[in-house]
Design a protein around this ligand. Structure first.
Ligand code: URA
Length: 260
């Protein structure tokens, strides 16, 4: 297991600055596996050691991974003067340094956003090379039409000439809803694609990124900590049928969540 200096781990995983961490260590406010530790240079295996800082246990692992159910009107940014950001939704102890949304949802979209301080993982997840699939449950202004599937599969050209990669769309039992799967993330892509086929997206709720599904019981604005191994799943392509099955089974819960 890779190790990390205790002071670096504390500075990464708590809201405390490096100088506050040094002070907490000096004061004897840090315990490793139940024993007070004053030496910040000690190497720690973040997956195995139980670290407590100022009475609060640090969750395992070097990095933080949070799944957030983004509500309407909140932006995917780390700070903003005028609008509420996804970071503002977290309690102070979760706002560790370097936390950012890995991938964006528009302010008027809802659903799954991954927040992490793991830049390497986020890069792998977002890099066009990996084409990590993202599934969106959308409500349409007009009923779904069967020709959409072929048009999206052929790689749609948007009104400004932007060329999209082949994408998938599946009708749902209620024909005002559909499940769209993209393998890239262009600006307002789902909305612009549906406009290009002559329809209009009224609401958009992200259900899955790679193999990671939004838990049905995670309410808008709530978050959940997950672990590195779970995030690795995201890079493994899910079967669209598994996502579709989950959406059909939990349709009314997702609607309640996504259509606040
Ligand atoms: N496509 C959109 O149009 N909006 C999003 O938020 C995500 C994908």
């Amino acid at each position: 297991m890779p190790t990390i200096r205790l002071d670096k781990l504390l500075a990464n995983r708590t809201p405390h600055s490096r100088s506050e961490v040094r002070q907490l260590l000096r004061q004897g406010a840090v315990q490793v596996d139940g024993v007070t530790e004053r030496d910040g240079s000690r190497q720690i295996d973040p997956d195995a050691a139980k670290v407590v800082c100022a009475g609060k246990a640090l969750p395992g692992g070097e990095h933080v991974y949070l799944i957030l159910n983004k509500p309407l009107g909140v932006i995917c940014a780390t700070e903003d003067r005028n609008q509420r950001t996804v970071i503002d939704l977290l309690p102070p102890e979760r706002r560790v340094k370097g936390l950012f949304p890995a991938g964006r949802l528009d302010a008027d979209s809802t659903g799954l956003v991954l927040l992490t301080d793991d830049g390497a993982l986020a890069h792998r997840m977002l890099s066009p090379k990996h084409h990590v699939p993202k599934h969106y449950l959308i409500r349409l202004a007009r009923p779904y039409e069967p020709q959409y599937a072929g048009i999206l599969a052929g790689g749609l050209t948007l009104s400004d000439g932007t060329q999209c990669l082949p994408a998938e769309i599946q009708p749902l039992p209620d024909d005002r809803y559909a499940l769209v799967c993209l393998h890239e993330g262009k600006y307002h892509q789902v909305r612009r694609m549906m406009a290009a086929v002559g329809n209009h997206v009224e609401s958009l709720h992200r259900i899955a990124v790679g193999g990671l599904l939004l838990p049905v019981d995670l309410m808008p604005g709530e978050h959940l900590e997950i672990f590195h191994k779970d995030v690795e799943n995201m890079l493994n392509e899910p079967r669209t049928s598994a996502v579709l099955e989950q959406v059909i089974m939990n349709f009314s819960s997702y609607l309640i969540n996504g259509e606040q």
